[in-house]
Design a protein around this ligand. Structure first.
Ligand code: NAP
Length: 253
């Protein structure tokens, strides 16, 4: 019998970790969850949950494409049925484009776009009928964001890619959900705002990771292709749809 599994990137922290918690609580039919990130100690800690579902840690630096090989081989050898793919690994760096570190500029594109796309590409052949792909975009995908421009552009890529993939996969009964949160209380902020202060309005609308993930799972089950948690971010989404982008951008700033 083929194993039924979930694969989660960004599993060592924040919303990836929260996805693992909620998936293992709700979907007891799963045999294993393959959890991916660089910090192996954090992945090992996930084993100590109360669930009967086996946690399989896989240390991978998603910046390095050669590290996909181990996952690819494991998929080909074990031929599991993948019911959930959660692409949560990602990061953002705030600041003027010209002031950003070169490694962060390339890294945001590599992790947020290339790694997410390749992960989906390599896992897709093993995905089961009725499966879900959750891709972390952001409310930053809705409108260009000066001083967060590369990050916002990478998330626009994720949003656009996810919407089209969702249409392509209808016949396979695979639901793709682009998750577009506003600010969420995770380690993301410590990294993003290493060199500058967090804006007050972001602190005011800061969401809890458990709420964002709960809403995403619910939206997926309701066949929604985009998941936006909370009234403030829904208002941002509407504003960006109704008004020209330059007006919306000025208003939000
Ligand atoms: N927090 C927010 O306000 C917010 C808002 C909108 C969207 N998002 C998006 O939501 C997703 C999850 O973010 P989060 O808030 O949960 O952030 P987080 O707590 O900082 O978690 C980021 C995860 O990505 C992994 N990661 C980063 N670089 C990696 C690499 N090179 N190779 C493998 N794994 C890597 C990290 O693991 P290791 O460091 O162990 O490798 C970590 O598990 C991201 O895509 C983010 O852009 C976040």
């Amino acid at each position: 019998m083929r194993k039924k599994i979930a694969i989660v990137t960004g599993a060592s922290s924040g919303m990836g970790r929260e996805f693992i918690k909620q998936i293992t609580m709700r979907y007891s039919f799963l045999d294993e969850v393959w959890v991916i990130a660089r910090r192996m100690d954090r992945l090992e800690e996930l084993k100590s949950n109360n669930s009967k579902i086996k946690i399989v840690p896989m240390a991978m630096d998603l910046n390095d494409m050669s590290q996909f090989l181990e996952l690819e081989n494991k998929l080909k050898e074990e031929k599991p049925k993948v019911f959930f793919l959660v692409n949560s690994a990602g990061f953002g760096s705030v600041g003027l484009f010209e002031d950003l570190d070169e490694k962060d500029v390339a890294g945001m594109i590599d992790i947020n776009c290339r790694a997410l796309t390749m992960m989906t590409y390599k896992v897709l052949p093993f995905m089961a009928k009725g499966a879900y792909i959750y891709q972390f975009a952001s409310s930053a995908a809705f409108v260009p964001q000066p001083k967060f421009g590369i990050y916002a552009a990478t998330k626009s890529f994720v949003l656009s890619f996810s919407k089209s993939l969702n249409v392509e996969l209808k016949d396979r009964h695979i639901q793709v959900v682009a998750i577009c949160p506003g600010p969420v209380k995770t380690e993301f902020f410590d990294l993003a705002y290493e060199k500058t202060n967090i804006k007050m309005y972001k602190l005011l609308v800061m969401a809890k990771p458990e709420k964002v993930v709960e809403k995403a799972l619910k939206d997926g089950a309701n066949k929604k292709s985009v998941s936006v948690y909370g009234l403030p971010m829904k208002m941002v989404q509407i504003l960006c749809k109704v008004f020209p982008w330059d007006f919306a951008m000025k208003f939000i700033r």
